[in-house]
Design a protein around this ligand. Structure first.
Ligand code: ADP
Length: 498
């Protein structure tokens, strides 16, 4: 499409020739000064275009306008070489569609023509008559030139300009730095329109034009990159926002879950406290009537023994024994409920101290079965010492109680393990079946009858509570008949777990 068809076409050729002083006249001086003014105006227009902000197409269209205004030529176009070395007209004015169709297919790679040689600067011998010192090709009579060519030379000239009747021709390379990036193609049916001076002046302007084309193309590429970058940034931002929204939902859900977990934990802790309190109060208050029952049963036996028969005495004995057992149960239950509610302060303690006190309390039992207790070096830790006494007493007491055929051998030691101390109380007693490893730590859970081994089934439950109050764990390793090892851990900084 002829984008510039609406542009003003030049006046008559004679007018033009006269104006730019191509034909010597009496008014030559005035015409020359007119010409220099027009050149200045052209140069100023090119500079103004250079300074303007535009797309490459806007610049090239404006450039064609400016050149046309200055040269007053009928047809012109700007050809720029593509990456594939084609040289399409980027913009043009006054060329007919048929001409553009023929010329538009030209490629530097495989065609021969003046425009191509102006770009490659590899001229034919026959081009010499057209070549300017600045590397342009110029003809006042292109039709005559082609007609005058020897037949073997004709192949180097496609002859399209001649075919479309362009007598005046000027092909000026557009330079950008060291490179030639295209040509300005001027054509006019009137002969002698493009003077050597005009072409020379155009040549002097092409570095500015080349620079401008390069700049506008680079800016367009940059703008394109920027646009793509902005699209990318927008996409990423959207993705990020979506991810953020998902994250916020997730965080809210987690917070809810955590809050509900915390509420459950608090409820559980409260209900545990209530239960402990209840057990404490109940067992404490039960002691009083129980003592009364035991007291009256004892009185009955003392005062009325001669009045009762053997059966009556047996019943009273049963009542006294039952009351005694219940008293033990209540005492143990009270001790159990006291672990949480009536615990003492956490103090830096050499663990040998509580262990020795536990052994003193167990002296009679130790002697009764000739138990041997060995103790490895123990650490100093921040603990509730009274509870540690009770802990060792229960564990060593059990090791003595549940001994096998041979006299009990008990070994107590402690090993350091990743921020905690693991204590162990090992015996050579009857051992425990693995399926009971969990159960024995529950309150009132026993594996034997009272006749086989006395006890209330609270000792290990108390041990567990004490260890947990210190922020640790308790477990057992055992094989029936192979002895048992009760282990418990206490964190290095147990004071924080009060
Ligand atoms: P109790 O000693 O009053 O029965 P515990 O809570 O101390 O209650 O112990 C629960 C049960 O665990 C005991 O009845 C016994 O079966 C088993 N047990 C505890 N310690 C040992 C041990 N050292 N060797 C073998 N069995 C043990």
């Amino acid at each position: 499409m002829d984008r510039q068809q609406t542009q003003a076409v030049p006046k008559t050729a004679d007018d033009e020739l006269e104006q730019r002083g191509a034909a010597p006249t009496a008014a030559q001086g005035a015409a020359e000064s007119g010409e220099s003014g027009r050149r200045q105006a052209f140069a100023a227009a090119l500079l103004a275009l250079f300074a303007r902000k535009a797309t490459p197409t806007e610049y090239l269209d404006a450039l064609v306008d400016a050149i046309r205004q200055w040269t007053c030529c009928q047809s012109l176009g700007i050809r720029l070489m593509t990456e594939d070395q084609d040289i399409p007209y980027e913009t043009w004015a006054g060329f007919e569609p048929g001409f553009l169709e023929l010329e538009g297919r030209l490629s530097v790679r495989h065609d021969k023509c003046l425009c191509i040689r102006a770009i490659t600067q590899a001229f034919e011998e026959s081009d010499r008559d057209l070549l300017t010192p600045g590397g342009s090709l110029r003809s006042d009579d292109a039709i005559g030139f082609v007609k005058g060519l020897a037949p073997e030379k004709l192949a180097s000239y496609r002859g399209n300009c001649m075919r479309f009747g362009f007598a005046s021709l000027a092909i000026i390379p557009i330079r950008c730095g060291q490179d030639i990036i295209g040509v300005i193609h001027l054509a006019d049916r009137r002969p002698g329109l493009f003077t050597p001076a005009m072409v020379e002046f155009m040549e002097s302007m092409t570095p500015l034009i080349g620079e401008a084309i390069h700049r506008f193309q680079t800016e367009a590429e940059l703008a394109d990159h920027r646009d793509r970058l902005q699209v990318l940034v927008r996409e990423r931002t959207r993705e990020l926002e979506a991810a953020n929204a998902r994250l916020r939902i997730e965080i809210a859900e987690r917070r809810q879950a955590q809050e509900s977990l915390q509420r459950t934990a608090e409820d559980l802790a409260r209900s545990n406290r209530d239960l402990e309190q209840f057990a404490y109060v109940a067992s404490h208050d039960l002691q009083e009537p129980l003592r009364a029952v035991a007291g009256y049963a004892t009185l009955l036996r003392r005062r009325f023994s001669e009045k009762l028969d053997a059966k009556g005495l047996e019943y009273i004995e049963g009542a006294v024994e039952g009351a005694r057992r219940m008293e033990r149960l209540i005492t143990d239950l009270l001790a159990f409920s006291r672990v949480g509610t009536r615990g003492g302060a956490f103090v830096e303690t050499d663990i040998h101290g509580p262990l020795r006190e536990a052994l003193r309390n167990l002296e009679a039992a130790v002697e009764a079965v000739q138990a041997e207790v060995r103790i490895a070096p123990l650490p100093t830790l921040v603990v509730d010492a009274t509870q540690i006494v009770q802990l060792f007493q229960n564990l060593i007491g059990n090791a003595i109680k549940f001994h096998g055929q041979s006299p009990p051998e008990i070994f107590v030691e402690a090993r350091r393990q990743e921020g905690r101390w693991v204590f162990s109380v090992r015996d050579n007693g009857i051992g425990i079946e693995p399926q009971y490893f969990e159960r024995i730590f529950q309150i009132f859970q026993r594996l034997h009858t009272r006749k086989q081994y006395p006890g209330t089934g609270i000792g290990l439950a108390i041990c567990k509570k004490i260890v947990e109050r210190h922020g640790g764990e308790i477990w057992v390793q055992s094989q029936p008949g192979q002895g048992s090892t009760f282990c418990f851990s206490i964190p290095q900084a147990s004071a924080t777990n009060q």
